[in-house]
Design a protein around this ligand. Sequence first.
Ligand SMILES: [Fe+2]
Length: 300
Amino acid sequence: MTSNMFTLAHLSDPHLGPLARPPWRELFSKRITGYVNWRRRRHLVHDPAVLATLVADMKAQHPDHIAVTGDIANVAARAEFTAGRIWLDSLGSPAEVSLVPGNHDAYVRGAAKHRIGQWGGHMRGDDGGSEFPYLRRRGPAALIGLSTGVPTGFFMATGRLDAPQLNRLGSLLDQTRDEGLFRIVMIHHPPVSDAPRQKRLLNAGAFKTVLAEHGAELLLHGHDHLRMLNWLNGPAGTRVPAVGVPSASAAPDGKHEPAAYNLYRIAGEPGAWTCEAASRGIAPDGDMVEQKRTMLVGQG
Ligand SMILES: [Fe+2]
C-alpha cells in the first residue's frame, strides 16, 4: 500500500441506550410504540457497554475520518438528541465525523429541529450548507451524505429520497468524479435488501438509476443491522459495492448479528484506486477481533 492511504471507519445504528421514559407529552405520538418496543426487547439487544468497546477499538485504529449512517436515537425523544450530541462529540469533532440520519432519528415530525440543533455540525457540507446531500472532501475522498429519514406512520420504517436530493446527488457525483476523488455515498437505508417492504427504501429503483448513470466508488449504509455486500451497476460496466454493517451496539446474544464496524483503506488515483475493507466485530467473549478482509476496489 502506498503512503497516501486514507482510512475511513464506518459504523451505524448505535441506538443509544438506556432509553429513559420520555415526558408524557412526547409519548402522544408514534413514540409510544417505539418506547414499548424498547422496554420489551430492544434494551436487551442494544448494549451501551458493547458500543463503548467498539468505539474504543475503532479509535485505537486512528481512522482519518468516521462515517455514521444513522439511528443514533430510538424514538427521537428530545433527550436522545442531547445524548446523541455528547456521543458524537466523543467520536470526534464535526469535521472528523460525518453523519446521515436514520428513520429512528426522524421518528416523528417534531424531531427535525432538535436533530439539526444538536447534530447539524456533523451533517453539514464543506460549504456550510445544511441541505442533503451534503459534500465533504477529505484526502482523496468525496463523502456524500443523503437523508432517507422521513417521519412515517405507525409500524413503518421506510425511507425515501426526494427528487431534489436525487438530482443533486447526480451533479455531485459528476463533479467529484471530474475532480478525481474517490466517491463515497452514505445513506441509512440499503438500496438492496431482503427486509420486509415496510422497512425498505421506497424509491430504491430511482436511486440505483442515479448510481448507474453517474457512478460511485463505494456506498455505505446501515438500517438492516446486518453485515451486507451488494454490487450495484455503475456506468460503462463498472460496479459499485454497497456495504452494510450490523448495529454498533448489538450484544452477542446469539440471536442478532453482533456489533461490528468496517475500516476502509483507500489509496491510489482515478482509474487505479484500491479499497480494502476490514471488518472488526465483537466476539462471544466480548473482545473485538478482525473477522473479515475484502478487497473491494482494485487488486491491492
Ligand atoms: Fe436501526
